[in-house]
Design a protein around this ligand. Structure first.
Ligand code: NDP
Length: 280
């Protein structure tokens, strides 16, 4: 039976360290959060961010925006926050209203306040192994792997999902550790090869958003399984991996919820503290 990798508990330890770092700062860090419209998922995420921020001494300033805000107006607000010295970090909540280009918006936040690590400058630094502000979910996955004590050097690691916020940046972080990284995606599935790759994975990380995509019987005995997926099935939240069957084969596995999610929010706060340092 696998050991549970409980992100919630690991997050508590990291938050304790962040709280101490914040006490040592000359200023109380401020995170500006921009939320357009009334998306239930985004509102839940905002509540969790606010609670985490305030629990460690960060001021969370929520800007509620109209669902029909124009791209230019959003950019104008971001520019104001960029030059506001009392604001240390800016996060724009997803999903954005129709007609607003996420890539354009993420380029508008100056790199020193880009707490999600998605500005091209920060992503570029990631490529060179020099990033100090890391995309939050990939950073959370790396924390979970650190806790297992596994040396990734030469290990067969399979990442399923190649999105810009999870799979692609995560593959770079894993390469930094000299893992042998395979990134599987929709093409892999459609070619009927997903199962073959997963059976070889000593470390499996899944970020797709399809409940039950990964069958428990495919998991290699003793593997580490990190399930990033969040899916609502009836009144339950589940990941992308068939948990019960996978748990019987894996050495470590993340629960959903309570695995990657709480650590992702914590990584956002860690980035904010790094942003404060860059600004000082
Ligand atoms: P995206 O939809 O951006 O990416 C999903 C990826 O999965 C894409 O690369 C897609 O390929 C690929 N994919 C789709 N279907 C298949 C398939 N059948 N086989 C293999 N690959 C497939 O999602 P995100 O990366 O934003 O998020 C993924 C999941 O992780 C979601 O459930 C999301 O809610 C969750 N999430 C959780 C976070 C947390 O903190 N716990 C944070 C961020 C996300 P293609 O695009 O080519 O179709």
């Amino acid at each position: 039976m696998a050991n549970l990798l409980e992100g919630r508990l690991i997050a508590e330890e990291i938050k304790e360290g962040l709280r101490r770092q914040i006490q040592g700062l000359a200023v109380k860090p401020v995170l500006a959060s921009l939320l357009a419209g009334n998306n239930a998922g985004a509102e839940t995420y905002v509540r969790s961010q606010k609670k985490t921020a305030e629990s460690i001494g960060i001021e969370y300033k929520l800007h509620k925006l109209d669902a029909d805000i124009k791209e230019d107006d959003l950019i104008e607000l971001i520019k104001r926050l960029n030059s506001d010295k009392s604001v240390n970090g800016i996060i724009v909540q997803m999903p954005l209203p129709n007609g607003i280009d996420y890539r354009k918006i993420s380029r508008c936040i100056i790199p020193q306040k880009d707490v999600e690590g998605m500005h091209p400058d920060n992503l570029g630094k990631l490529l060179f192994g020099k990033a100090t502000i890391l995309p939050c979910t990939p950073a959370a996955v790396m924390e979970l792997l650190r806790v297992t004590g596994l040396d990734l050097y030469g290990k067969e690691v399979v990442v399923v999902g190649h999105s810009e916020i999870v799979g692609k940046p995560l593959s770079l972080l894993l390469l930094e550790k000299f893992a042998t990284v395979t990134v599987a995606h929709i093409g892999t599935s459609q070619a009927g090869k997903l199962q073959d790759h997963i059976r070889r994975a000593e470390v499996l990380i899944v970020a797709v958003g399809k409940a039950g995509l990964i069958r428990g019987e495919w998991i290699k005995d003793g593997a580490i399984v990190i399930d990033v997926g969040i899916n609502r099935v009836g009144d339950k939240i589940v990941g992308d991996v068939e948990f019960e069957a996978a748990e019987r084969r894996a050495a470590y596995i993340t629960p959903v919820p309570g695995g990657v999610g709480p650590l992702t929010v914590t990584m956002l706060m860690r980035n904010l503290i790094e942003a404060v340092r860059l600004q000082l």
